[in-house]
Design a protein around this ligand. Structure first.
Ligand code: MSP
Length: 660
């Protein structure tokens, strides 16, 4: 263990001048959701962390815009692929700043520079004999946009998209990946940090135990034109992996760009496990064929799930980053994403777990420490940090703890253990809160002979806050900046290696009081009462239930009667509590025009989980005012013993579609 740490440190010292981080480039067939946001926040946090320790950094993200799926999605919206990709790509680009994410470059696979780079690479690999024309028959998953092998299927279906793959037979171009199989095995074994966490390295190695198939990289233009034309055969386009992966090179202006020579040796890719095979196998073998050194490291994380299902557009259970930011703010969202998922493992999203995390860690631990410490500094030392006295006392624990914490934090962050790094910082915050309780500065202030001890306690508290702000700045940049500025420092000078050292306060540093950084999130007293009320079913409700049961003896109607009711598919775009009624939700739906529907389902569904769902509504119900809000239609639900269930339709149904 000690040796491993030493080797890693030696390597880190050699390499710590540059850091290049990438996210997957996201398909534009869906709008950004929490899963995409997680990878992109990880990359931003890592980028900020490396800048903080003095590295020169480059951060790339973008969108993947070619392929069947994109053309289908464009047609559904009545747009050309170009119009459609422009629209959705922009949504991704606009989402990231909301989360305080600032990539150095946003790349699109439809950028002319990228297309040129892909063609140049294809020609090179073709000329050296690593691409061959062959007939192939296999099982193709349109969701993954690749051929699957039997071994990958679960109950005959693609495990990610839950659909049976289609049998396809086609003549196509193949990249002779199998030529590089043994080289890849040797490279992975010789470089233990090439794919991390370890379980994913093992997964790739176990895959490589079987002979590799060669990789199909083309589509005939008769079937698909939305791809990059092969430079050596105009009847074919390349798309998906041979196109998409090369973005990591175009992003650095490969082959001649200065950024390429500077940053490629420090390339770190962040992905989720869904695209492990393309990144762990296709990409290094492609790089080998092109004649480029492999990337430095692949960092693989797990899935965000909702009720045990992967969050994804095709399963229709997504949480929008915009919604998270509106509800929690950018900093708190970033914090929860980093803290609630152990990098590499799956995590479950729930609104409540985020609220609990924010209240406990941000409002209580950090918020209380900041407000207690600065209030006392103002009360006992006129807001000026006294010089450090370095005397014995409970505050000594803080000095000692930080001396060990800084290298430990750096190692954890380097290893993408953001959740553990944060946990270690929170131990410091809790220790500081305890120091306040045990030293009771308000007592010390009453006794002149304790003046030095009070100085030292105040010094240690304020210095702990300053250092903690530096350590959390990659994850909570806004809060950290506010704390640093309240002490008269600039983030540019503090979020740097010099800011990482204990002992920068003193000499009468003036500290301004700040308003609470993270106000507690409900439930307010009113909400709590309402929740209680909702639990106790009123007599009236019970009577209504009985009546409904009676109603299950169906009466016949004619087809003409039924046709009077216009049922339509509606997409829920916004869901919020009704301002005047606890049991009602106010839904904004698209069907296809936007309208408001008031639904009595507040006790059964949390508003955030409704957004994005495609449901069925009665579209021609006469509008009525329900507690002051006009409802233009009715939402259909099914009711059974366990409660209410939405009548959902498959997520690719157009809003406004007639239900008959
Ligand atoms: N376009 C390809 C990637 C090409 S990279 C050269 C692609 N796009 S994607 O839009 O499907 O994005 C997949 C990535 O989005 C995952 O690898 C992960 O980074 C992120 N996530 C999507 N859903 C996710 C979860 N439910 N949980 C965690 N991350 C998720 O694949």
């Amino acid at each position: 263990m000690a040796l491993k740490t030493l080797i890693r440190k030696a390597r880190a010292n050699q390499m710590n001048s540059r850091f290049y981080v990438t996210t997957p480039i996201y398909y534009v067939n869906a709008e950004p959701h929490l899963g995409h946001a997680y990878s992109t926040v990880v990359a931003d946090v890592q980028n900020r962390f490396h800048r903080l320790i003095g590295d020169e950094t480059f951060f790339l993200t973008g969108t993947d815009e070619h392929g069947d799926k994109i053309v289908q999605a464009a047609h559904k919206q009545g747009l050309s692929p170009k119009e459609y990709t422009d629209k959705i790509s922009q949504k991704f680009a606009e989402t990231w700043p909301l989360l305080n994410i600032h990539p150095d470059r946003f790349i699109r696979t439809t950028d002319p520079q990228h297309i040129k780079t892909v063609q140049m690479v294809l020609q090179k690999v073709y000329d050296q004999g690593d691409i061959e024309f062959r007939e192939y028959e296999g099982l193709y998953c349109f969701g993954c946009e690749r051929f699957l092998i039997e071994r990958e299927l679960v109950d005959g279906k693609c495990p990610d998209h839950k659909v049976e793959p289609t049998k396809l037979k086609e003549k196509n171009y193949f990249f002779l990946m199998s030529k590089y199989q043994q080289w890849l095995i040797d490279h992975i074994k010789a470089n233990p940090d090439f794919i991390t966490p370890e379980r994913y390295k093992n997964e790739v190695l176990s895959f490589l135990k079987e002979p590799l198939d060669d990789l199909c990289i083309s589509r005939p233009v008769t079937r698909l034109t939305w791809g990059v034309p092969l430079p050596f055969d105009e009847n074919f386009v390349t798309y998906v992996w041979f196109d998409a992966l090369i973005n990591y090179l175009t992003g650095l202006d490969y082959p001649d760009g200065e950024n390429f020579s500077k940053f490629w040796p420090a390339a770190n890719h962040v992905i989720a496990k869904d695209i492990l095979k393309p990144h762990g196998i296709y990409w290094p073998t492609m790089l080998r064929a092109i004649g480029i050194e492999p990337y430095k490291a692949l960092h693989v994380h797990g899935y965000w799930k909702i009720k045990e299902e992967k969050m994804s557009k095709s399963l229709g259970n997504i949480i929008r980053p915009q919604w998270l930011v509106e509800n929690f703010g950018a900093d708190a969202t970033r914090y929860c994403l980093m803290r609630e998922m152990s990098f590499g493992l799956d995590a479950s999203f729930s609104h409540q777990s985020f609220v609990t995390r924010i209240n406990a860690d941000l409002a209580n631990d950090l918020g209380n420490l900041l407000s207690r410490s600065t209030t006392m500094l103002h009360k006992f030392r006129q807001g000026l940090v006294p010089d450090e006295k370095g005397i014995k006392g409970p505050q000594d624990d803080l000095r000692n703890y930080f001396a060990n914490l800084i290298p430990k934090w750096q190692e954890l962050m380097t290893d993408f253990q953001m959740h553990n790094a944060l946990q270690e910082v929170w131990k410091a915050l809790n220790m500081a809160n305890k120091v306040i309780d045990t030293t009771a500065p308000w007592q010390l202030a009453k006794d002149e002979s304790q003046s030095d001890l009070l100085d030292d306690v105040m010094y240690c508290l304020m210095e702990s806050l300053r250092l903690s702000a530096v350590l959390i700045s990659p994850v909570l940049p806004d809060a950290a900046e506010k704390i640093i500025r309240s002490m008269g420092f600039e983030p540019e000078t503090e979020f740097s290696p010099q800011g990482l050292k204990w002992g920068r306060l003193g000499n009468g540093t003036k500290v301004e009081k700040l308003p609470p950084l993270f106000p507690r999130i409900g439930p307010s007293k009113k909400d709590a009462k309402d929740a209680q009320k909702a639990q106790k079913k009123s007599k009236k409700d019970k009577v209504k239930d009985m009546a409904e049961k009676e109603g299950s003896k169906d009466e016949f109607i004619t087809i003409d009667d039924f046709q009077k009711v216009h049922l339509r598919v509606a997409e829920i775009v916004k869901a919020e509590k009704h301002p005047n009624a606890d049991r009602l939700l106010k839904l904004t739906v698209k069907a296809p025009e936007e309208r408001t529907i008031v639904a009595g389902i507040a006790e059964h569904f949390s508003p955030d989980l409704l957004v994005g769902k495609k449901v069925v509504i009665v579209a021609n119900l006469k509008p009525v005012k329900l507690r002051g809000v006009t409802s233009q239609g009715m939402l259909l639900v099914a009711k059974d013993e366990s409660g209410l269930h939405l009548l959902e339709v498959s997520s690719d149904t157009e809003p406004g579609a007639k239900v008959s």
